[in-house]
Design a protein around this ligand. Structure first.
Ligand code: GLV
Length: 325
């Protein structure tokens, strides 16, 4: 019997290709650039499965173009690129890759935090420039991390992994979330709940770990920056549109906050020009980008897809109602 046809919008890693090859006939998008929309619309026409990146929009138009599609398997935990309601309406299962990238992403949020506090990127530039004249007492003085207060916005798996790393730096951890953590989790992570405004006023570092939802879009706006300490830093490894970039640029320009370290942007790959400042560390959306983790993410997406196509229940389904009945 012919194997089901699948479109993979990336060449993936060998381990993920192995998982797919057993039960699917895969057409890989092998080129280094992301597939143009017209290519996507054309290539999904005869496919039963789609394995895609967060850069591909899976919306009603795409689903209409691929009437045979049974699953869209995203290689990301965030799924704001997928219109899950449209998938459900058309009976297409949507899946993501939660759990495997939490620790790696928290590692990177800490990397950003440390880099901006201790001015590592400016230091690297000076060390390479040929202009470094040697040790000086007030050269590139940054701000201490240890002993300060870390405010975590969004206390899910990644937010908690961020908190877990704070004890070595003797940081006080406060968090805010729509859902309060259990007393056991608060105790284990030594994290105290705060309402948003209290967190903004108290934190020296604010790290964002919330998904992009209608209620979190533009969450960090002029009003929020106005409530932060002038000495505070914002770290974002969640999704760009959670922060109003123009408002952030203005807050940095006027000294309302001390700096920022950003892995994600409102309109990637564009970056607001007002963010290209020495007190901002910029990264190109790589928080989960360790070889181990990206391989696990690709394998998880492949397993989600293969499970469905083999008639088993995939683990990471975003719209389980499609599987009922
Ligand atoms: C990366 O940003 C992800 O959502 O996995």
């Amino acid at each position: 019997m012919a194997k089901p046809r699948v479109l993979a919008t990336h060449r993936l890693f060998e381990a993920a290709r192995q998982i797919l090859q057993e039960s699917c006939d895969v057409e890989y998008w092998e080129r280094p650039e992301r597939p143009p929309r017209e290519e996507m619309l054309e290539r999904v026409k005869d496919k039963e499965g789609l394995i895609c990146l967060l850069t591909e929009k899976v919306d009603d138009e795409l689903l209409r173009a691929g009437p045979k599609l049974r699953m869209a398997a995203n290689i990301a935990v965030g799924f704001d690129n997928i219109d899950v309601a449209a998938c459900t309406k058309r009976g297409v299962v949507a899946a993501n890759t939660p759990g495997v990238l939490d620790e790696t992403t928290a590692d990177f949020a800490w990397t950003l935090l440390m880099a901006v506090a201790r001015r590592l990127v400016e230091g690297d530039a000076l060390a390479r420039s040929g202009n470094w004249k040697g040790w000086d007492l007030d050269q590139l003085v940054g701000t201490d991390v240890w002993g300060k207060t870390l405010g975590i916005v969004g206390f899910g798996r990644i937010g908690k992994a961020m908190a877990r790393r704070a004890s070595g730096f003797q940081l006080k951890v406060i968090y805010t979330d729509a859902v309060r953590a259990t007393p056991e989790a608060e105790k284990e992570l030594r994290a105290e709940f705060r309402e948003m405004n209290a967190l903004l006023a108290e934190s020296d570092f604010i790290s964002l770990h919330t998904p992009l939802l209608p209620e979190t879009r533009g969450l960090f706006n002029e009003e929020k920056f106005g409530r932060m300490k002038r000495t505070a830093f914002l770290i974002n490894t969640s999704r760009g549109p959670v922060v109003d970039e123009a408002a952030l640029a203005a807050a940095l320009e006027s000294g309302k906050i001390a700096g920022a370290a950003l892995d994600v942007f409102e309109k990637e790959p564009a970056i607001h020009p007002g963010l290209k400042r020495p007190n901002v560390v910029l990264a190109p959306h790589i928080a989960s980008a360790s070889l181990e983790t990206r391989t696990k993410m690709a394998c998880m997406a492949a397993e989600n897809l293969v499970a469905l196509l083999q008639g088993r229940r995939p683990v990471n389904v975003l719209n389980p109602e499609v599987l009922k009945g």
